[in-house]
Design a protein around this ligand. Structure first.
Ligand code: CUA
Length: 334
């Protein structure tokens, strides 16, 4: 009975251990996809090996001591000793040397990564409950949730928040940095190859903390330049009377313009900039793929779709007809 329980406990812990395994984990920090993440990863491996050996040695000695020197019936009182200078100096010096060996490359990497890279794309990242705003300060672009970047070129991020503390992390591309109101933190990222890299907010920031994802999309330099040119252009004005045109009228009539900026149409100050909304693959903190069904779900009841978010529809819920028109307009914002 007791034995069964022991086996059950062992099985359960092994099972828990296995939950750490995943064949296809997009947010795996141990599979770096860029220079910054690779430098951090290069620190993990040697430290893990040394720490693993120390762990095995210490645990092994404990097991030997427990088994070999346990108190047995009638065993005499063991010899009482006090102090052993040679041993004590040894177990003080050896760990100090190991820590020194770990500290030198770690501190060097911290200082290297703190340096601003040459020829970066400068982006200010602003945390909001619960989405990310990106301002490309040199390029005059404002977008949300998806960080577009050219592959092979560093992106220098300046991070701050308009509300509470968030934390920005795209594990395959770089380290994690807190996003603090009233303070500018900085970090840089780089991707080797074009592709999509997932991340998320990693500081508890409210009811939808788990719904505050991040996505970096690395592109070839030529594709990135094309994207930049498209983003800098004004929003496409819809034809009056077309479905998109009716959507724009709804956007203005229902007060969406109070929060959302659409260049040339509105100057909102709170919500995501929607000028080129249809260029994005996701929305609402990158938790929804951008398609009509998800947009309808979102516009019908944003609070149900994402608890605690700041979106308010002035004057109460939108009608299904208004939602259809708005979706038409949003899809036209290439
Ligand atoms: Cu933002 Cu958690």
């Amino acid at each position: 009975m007791r034995r069964n329980r022991r086996w059950a406990a062992l099985g359960a812990s092994l099972f828990l251990f296995l939950t750490a395994c995943a064949g296809k984990a997009p947010q795996d920090t141990l599979q770096p996809k860029g220079d910054v993440a690779r430098r951090i990863d290069n620190l993990i491996n040697p430290v893990f090996i040394v720490a693993g050996l120390v762990f095995l040695l210490v645990q092994g000695l404990i097991v030997v001591a427990v088994v070999k020197f346990r108190a047995k019936p009638d065993s005499p009182e063991p010899e009482q000793i006090h102090g052993n200078t040679r041993l004590e100096v040894g177990w003080t010096l050896l760990p100090a040397l190991i820590l020194l060996a770990v500290a030198v490359p770690t501190i060097k990497t911290i200082f290297d990564l703190a340096k601003k890279p040459a020829n970066p794309i400068n982006v200010t990242v602003i945390g909001h409950q619960f989405w990310w705003e990106y301002r490309y300060t040199d390029l005059g672009i404002v977008t949300a949730n998806e960080l577009r970047m050219p592959a092979g070129r560093p992106v220098e991020l300046t991070l701050n928040s308009v509300d509470v503390i968030h934390s920005y992390w795209i594990p395959p591309l770089g380290g994690k940095t807190d996003v603090v109101p009233g303070r500018n933190n900085s970090m840089h990222l780089e991707a080797d190859k074009p592709g999509e890299y997932l991340g998320q907010c990693t500081e508890f920031c409210g009811a939808s903390h788990a719904n505050m994802r991040a996505k970096a999309i690395a592109m070839t330099p030529a594709d990135f330049d094309t994207w930049v040119a498209g983003q800098r252009a004004a929003a496409i004005a819809p034809v009056e009377g077309s479905p998109a045109g009716e959507g724009m009228a709804t956007f203005l009539a229902r007060g969406c313009a109070g929060c959302h900026t659409i260049q040339g149409v509105s100057k909102g100050l709170v919500g995501p900039n929607l000028t080129h909304f249809a260029d994005r693959t996701t929305f609402a903190g990158s938790i929804f793929e951008r398609n009509d069904a998800n947009l309808r779900k979102w516009l019908t009841n944003p609070q149900a779709a994402k608890p605690g978010n700041a979106m308010i529809i002035p004057g109460g819920p939108l009608t299904p007809d208004e939602i259809t028109k708005l979706i038409g307009y949003l899809n036209s914002l290439q």
